[in-house]
Design a protein around this ligand. Sequence first.
Ligand code: ATP
Ligand code: MG
Length: 362
Amino acid sequence: MTMQYKNYDVSHNPGGDEPLLTIRNLRTSFFTGAGEIAAVRGVSLTVRRGECLGVVGESGSGKSVTFLSALRLLAPAGRVMGGEIRFQGRDLLNMRLKEMREVRGARIAMIFQDPLSSLNPLIPIGKQVDEMLWAHEKNLTARQRKDKTLELLTKAHIPEAERRYGSYPHEFSGGMRQRVMIAMALACKPDLLVADEPTTALDVSIQNQILRLIKSLQSEMGMGVAFITHDLGVIAQMCTRVSVLYGGLVMEDAAADDLFDRPLHPYTEGLLTSMPSLMQDRSIRLSPIPGSPPDMSAPPSGCPFAPRCAHARNICVSQMPPTYTYADGRQSRCWLHSHDAPAFDNPYRDIRGTAVPDEEAL
Ligand SMILES: Nc1ncnc2c1ncn2[C@@H]1O[C@H](COP(=O)(O)OP(=O)(O)OP(=O)(O)O)[C@@H](O)[C@H]1O
Ligand SMILES: [Mg+2]
């Protein structure tokens, strides 16, 4: 695509062709009494404008830490050790804290698994949304803010918003609290919504309602969404692209349809074959991935998935595989894509021509 930039510094052009959020080679560690925990070890991913990127992986794979690093909301023991994070062309890691707070409040919103921990138990929910609006739009009158709050609560499908305005968080169910969080997130009309397992604590029917709500608001408002989950079923419902994390690394990055159609990485395949809901009409036998994720206080030098991988060879255990990129942009970090991988019935090779390994050594 040809882009026309007139008198702009391209790297600071928020309407340009570059992704909304770009995370490149991010490394984040926690320093605890037990030593260094290398939670994120070189994650690269992008969230484009208006798209929903699914970020999936087992517990401890580094999903939350990746985005907490981007938002500079790590626990005190956490430290970003390297990498680059750009949002709308701006360098988030080196931006002043005051500016970062503005970005967080005005351009990026977050919703988490447990809304109770983010809501103030002593303040009625309507007032909390109102305060959020006040923080962003100082020129609104009290009356206008109240109207807008009611509008946001209604938009988040909270019935009888007027009556519910004065209710306290404990008077709400989990699903309703999550709707309040969504209303608060929308108050700043964010360009990016980071949703970290927002429906995990809810029962299935409520979960579906919330997912549908997020999806419809996303297309209505044109937000980019990073949807973090351990559930590929949720990804199938919500996302157009997926980054699969394991052991603090991106194992596979693909369009959601391609990923479900033909996973490139053995870990992705393992996730797919362990998901009953996705396997209904497939001939693959259901089986959980044997073994457990690596201990990140002593991460393996080779592929972190090697100890659990049916295809692992010596090189997988001893050397970190590079990320291979196929012509269509799909990526997979696995030695099975290398040209000298054994040719035996290898489903991970040569499906779309030759993959090119990256040059960044870990
Ligand atoms: N505050 C912390 N102190 C020490 N280690 C931490 C801290 N937060 C996260 N970690 C470690 O970082 C690693 C990645 O954690 P992260 O929370 O990103 O996982 P996750 O993929 O979000 O998992 P889950 O699905 O359980 O939320 C884990 O090994 C975890 O133990
Ligand atoms: Mg998490």
